[in-house]
Design a protein around this ligand. Structure first.
Ligand code: FAD
Length: 407
């Protein structure tokens, strides 16, 4: 059958409407990734604020949200981090009912391997801290690791596996479905989701933001919330302040499809790889950031090579697997490996950034807290410790140990 392109029907609206921007909104959220979309949803659902626009320069959920490896866990070291990640994990546990949408949340557990005595000491310390914060965590020895993940090579490798921290409630979800679920519910509640709309500047009245300049014209705003991950420093620069983040490429890759062979999620800081098996059957692998800063959404080949070598060392049965595809995102890394969420030096302009390699898991909790901040102008107890001022006061929350190979 041949079609006359002039007679083709309009492309159907899929899950959410595609509105033209209005001249102004009570709240403008910049960035249509997981954080921006979740924030819009909680603004509407929890605060009744629906005169809201999410402005996305590309397509919804096409940034890091589309590129991450979906590990969800809450076993961070410090009280402040445990609070926000655990609040997030609890929201993950009810998210499908809240959104009326399947996000394939699978609580298959996460193992963080210990390969040296120092690793073991730090892991046990973190497990104890987790338990004090109500986070499910245990330390398992090498036999326990093999029981949870029989295909892992614990003995015959450079750094033998001595044990691991294990969080049974941790797991994975399907990232694109999470973005779509939040987008759909936010749109149903009245939020305008505007794609192909790049924010190029800020309109200020004195030191107060009153709108944004965009590729689709000027849009007025009562409050503006940035949720642009690796692009935050560029936008902050336009608004006239600095954020202490560096933007790095972070890569991941998937293999061809396999029968279920890998029942949990395994992360190794020392060997420097992490692996899970996606719902369809691909082995999903990642490692740390590429060390140079950049905005290219692609990284260096040697990083992929090293992460595959590490994966084969830990899982010898993967030796004959083929790589299907690799990709990269731009992650926003702070010097204490913790996020920044709250006020900026510009009145009514707020920032949510610095999630680095691990912000997917935080989407529900951070969205809830950021919505509170945008609705009230005040930090929520969950994000109060993660202010921009901590880099002046020195009240840093160093999560390098728990973030490590990241995610
Ligand atoms: C390879 C990789 C693996 C990862 N694995 C994990 C993991 O296993 N677990 C985990 O918890 N986290 C993981 N992460 C981190 C996680 O993906 C991010 O922390 C999280 O997605 C950040 O969400 P976001 O909504 O802030 O950013 P994004 O999804 O990047 O959204 C920001 C959006 O802002 C838009 N934007 C930028 N500038 C402008 C502008 N000027 N105007 C309008 N829009 C703009 C971008 O187009 C983008 O869509 C991983 C990241 C990568 C790259």
């Amino acid at each position: 059958m041949s079609y006359d392109p002039r007679n083709l029907p309009e492309h159907p609206d899929f899950l959410w409407a595609n509105p033209e921007p209005k001249s102004s909104y009570d709240v403008v959220i910049v960035g249509g990734g997981g954080h921006g979309l979740a924030t819009a949803y909680y603004l509407a659902a929890h605060h009744g604020i629906t005169n809201v626009a999410v402005l996305e320069r590309g397509w919804l959920g096409g940034g890091n949200m589309a590129r991450n490896t979906t590990i969800i866990r809450s076993n961070y070291l410090w009280d402040e981090s445990a609070a926000i990640y655990e609040a997030s994990l609890r929201l993950w546990e009810t998210i499908e009912d809240d959104l009326g949408y399947n996000v394939f949340f699978s609580q298959r557990g996460v193992l963080n391997l210990a390969h040296t005595l120092q690793d073991v000491r730090e892991s046990v310390r973190r497990v104890e801290a987790n338990r004090l914060n109500g986070v499910d965590a245990e330390f398992v020895d090498a036999d326990g690791v093999r029981e949870l993940c029989p295909i892992i090579n614990t003995d015959n490798l450079r750094y033998p596996v001595l044990g691991a921290t294990y969080q049974p409630r941790a797991g994975i979800a399907k990232h694109d479905w999470v973005a779509w679920g939040y987008a759909r519910r936010a749109a149903e509640l009245g939020v305008d989701l505007i794609q192909n709309c790049e924010v190029t500047g800020f309109v200020k009245d004195g030191n107060r933001v009153v709108g944004v300049e965009t590729s689709r014209g000027r849009i007025g705003a009562g409050r503006v919330g940035l949720a642009v991950a690796g692009s935050t420093s560029t936008l902050a620069d336009l608004a006239g302040f600095d954020v202490p983040i560096q933007s790095h490429p972070l890569q991941a890759l998937v293999s061809e499809l396999f029968e279920p062979v890998h029942p949990t999620v395994v992360m190794s800081n020392h060997i420097h790889v992490y692996v899970s098996q996606a719902h369809k059957g691909e082995l999903v692998m990642g490692a740390g950031v590429d060390q140079y800063t950049g905005y290219g959404q692609r990284g260096s080949f040697h990083v992929i090579e090293e992460q595959m070598a590490a994966a084969v060392e830990l899982f010898p049965i993967f030796a004959r697997a083929h790589v299907l595809r690799t990709w990269g995102g731009i992650v926003d890394v702070t010097m204490d490996a913790s996020p920044i969420m709250g006020r900026t030096p510009v009145e009514d302009l707020f920032v949510n950034t610095g999630w680095g390699t691990g912000g997917f898991k935080a989407v529900p909790g951070a969205g809830l807290a950021y919505a509170h901040t945008l609705a009230t102008g005040q930090p929520h107890p969950l994000n109060a410790p993660f202010s921009l001022e901590r880099f002046e006061t020195g009240a840093l929350i160093d999560e390098h140990g728990a973030a490590a190979v990241a995610h």
